[in-house]
Design a protein around this ligand. Structure first.
Ligand SMILES: NC(=O)c1ccc[n+]([C@@H]2O[C@H](COP(=O)([O-])OP(=O)(O)OC[C@H]3O[C@@H](n4cnc5c(N)ncnc54)[C@H](OP(=O)(O)O)[C@@H]3O)[C@@H](O)[C@H]2O)c1
Length: 238
């Protein structure tokens, strides 16, 4: 089995890459940093905030995996910044955030379908979403709306491809750099900052390894999940 992970330099994406490699998968990773070293891992340096970087990015990962039985594309890259109320944000930072959270996900999923569908083998797409898609949060306009767009993108792909599994995953709270960064934010721009500080104090954050094991379970057993939205906290098998 082959897994392509967009956004695997740290956090959940890195832990997922390591977990599926441990399970015998081969993995192609796309991100700015390479943090996984393994004989079955191939890295492509890619900054997904830059539209011009996307052309041809999946050609090699999709063709090098041709001998493999099945292939899963995981779009995990995400950025919560810029943080602040609308009217105070940098236009360039907004464009870059939508590019990572939504536009690159759409362009790469389109490429994945174009390249792999004609190969006629089992294929799946997993988008890493967030509860923020469904909960308006002051200071998170680009994150909430980017993830909401990602949720609709996943729904449309699922309608268009009933023969294939398409999932939108809610990973829950993960103890990663993204959470550490949020805890440093000023109350003015992010009024819920104390709540997020409390999540860490109260031990509500899950390790990336625990969450990655649940995500790997979904990737290995797509047929046992029938809904688009999968809350990883509800997977007890992994
Ligand atoms: N942490 C949470 O509590 C939480 C909750 C709900 C949803 N999520 C979602 O879970 C996913 C993983 O989050 P995380 O907590 O692991 O965050 P993280 O530690 O900040 O990691 C973000 C990942 O996205 C990649 N990425 C970011 N910007 C990129 C860019 N311009 N180009 C390519 N890759 C880029 C990073 O790789 P490089 O830095 O190497 O590029 C890294 O692998 C995200 O989609 C996030 O929205 C997280």
């Amino acid at each position: 089995m082959h897994c392509i992970i967009a956004g695997c330099g740290e956090g959940l994406g890195k832990a997922l890459g390591e977990k599926v490699l441990e399970e015998g998968f081969s993995v192609s990773g796309l991100s700015r940093k390479q943090s996984i070293i393994h004989p079955r891992y191939k890295h492509t340096n890619a900054d997904l905030s830059i539209p011009g970087n996307l052309a041809g990015l999946l050609e090699e990962p999709c063709s090098s995996a041709k001998g493999q039985q099945g292939i899963t594309f995981v779009y995990n890259a995400g950025v919560v910044r810029p943080i602040g109320r609308m009217g105070t944000l940098s236009s360039a930072e907004l464009i870059s955030a939508y590019q990572v959270n939504l536009v690159s996900a759409s362009v790469l999923a389109n490429e994945f379908l174009r390249l792999v569908k004609p190969q006629g083998r089992p294929m799946h797409i997993v988008f890493v979403g967030s509860g923020a898609a469904f909960h308006p949060t002051i200071g998170w306009s680009s994150y909430c709306s980017g993830k909401a767009g990602l949720a609709m993108l996943a729904s449309v792909i699922r309608e268009e491809n009933p023969e294939m599994s398409t999932f939108l995953v809610d990973p829950g709270l993960i103890d990663t750099e993204m959470q550490a960064d949020l805890r440093k934010e000023a109350k003015d721009s992010f009024p819920q900052v104390d709540k997020f500080i409390g999540f860490q104090k109260d031990g509500k954050l899950n390790s990336p390894e625990v969450v990655a094991a649940k995500l790997a379970y979904l990737i290995k057993n797509p047929g046992t999940f029938d809904k688009l939205l999968v809350k990883l906290s509800e997977i007890s098998e992994a």
